[in-house]
Design a protein around this ligand. Structure first.
Ligand code: PGA
Length: 258
């Protein structure tokens, strides 16, 4: 069984005091508990990535970046490169999050390029995709997922997806408290996996498909039991160490009984 990948996306939140306190709590938890079924990671804002790297000190938790530039170096004021992220121990990079598509006008084409550059330079991209409420009501969920995957397939081929992550995040469920139906989510995840499998069976087997959108300790059970849900991308409920730890503890418990 693939490890269940739980990533906390802090978005535009955090401070030095917050980071230190969070890491202390996580360290205390991980010192006592070996994770048998889950892999965990946190995506703090850029300034705190380095702090995490220093304080984490080889515990069973990796680092995720919320974004990266498409250039590796040069005259690009205000940007952060993949090499810089590698330098400070980052493993995963989120790409195509709906907030970046919406507020920063990132297009499918630009996201495709970013995905490929992350992958081809040795980090693991997490491709976020999903439909709006209107698209859901018009039964367009699968079409939207295919469209967002196809742009990468057409530009770079199926190999680009080898050992990468897709996070299915229905936009209407993000930060809204409006939870998706786990059975419906399983169907979409299965559909995504089968779509990838038409191009390459092995890649489709290995790809991790996370769910994201209003997940917390109280509503996670049914999601974690679905065959094609291989992890969570968690916003709000990752913002307190106690909540994040509770989610991880519960995930370990449920997965040990499946
Ligand atoms: P949420 O955010 O858990 O607060 O809904 C999820 C995300 O944006 O990845």
């Amino acid at each position: 069984m693939k490890p269940f990948l739980i990533i906390g996306n802090w978005k535009l939140n955090g401070s030095i005091i917050f980071v230190k306190d969070y890491i202390n709590k996580i360290k205390k938890f991980l010192n006592k508990k070996k994770l048998d079924y889950c892999k965990i990671s946190i995506a703090p804002a850029y300034p705190y990535l380095y702090l995490f790297n220093i304080y984490l000190n080889n515990i069973q938790m990796s680092l995720t970046a919320q974004n990266v530039d498409i250039h590796l170096s040069g005259s690009f004021t205000g940007e952060i490169s993949i090499n810089m992220l590698k330098d400070i121990g980052v493993k995963y990079v989120i790409v195509g999050h709906s907030e970046r598509r919406m507020f920063h006008k990132e297009t499918d084409k630009y996201i495709s390029k970013k995905f490929y550059i992350i992958k081809s330079n040795g980090l693991i991209p997490i491709l976020c995709l999903g439909e709006t409420e209107l698209q859901k009501n018009m039964n367009q969920t699968k079409d939207i997922c295919v469209k967002q995957i196809d742009v990468i397939l057409n530009d770079y081929g199926i190999e680009a997806f080898n050992n990468t992550i897709i996070a299915y995040e229905p936009i209407w469920a993000i930060g809204s408290g409006q939870l998706a139906n786990p059975i419906e989510v399983q169907k979409i995840h299965k559909f995504i996996r089968e779509y990838i499998s038409q191009k390459d069976f092995k890649i489709s087997k290995n790809i991790i498909i996370q769910y994201g959108g209003s997940i917390n300790e109280n509503n996670m059970d049914m999601f974690i039991k679905q065959k094609d849900i291989n992890g969570f991308l968690i916003g709000k409920a990752s913002l307190t160490a106690e909540d994040f730890i509770s989610i991880v503890k519960k995930a370990e418990k449920i997965l040990s009984s499946i």
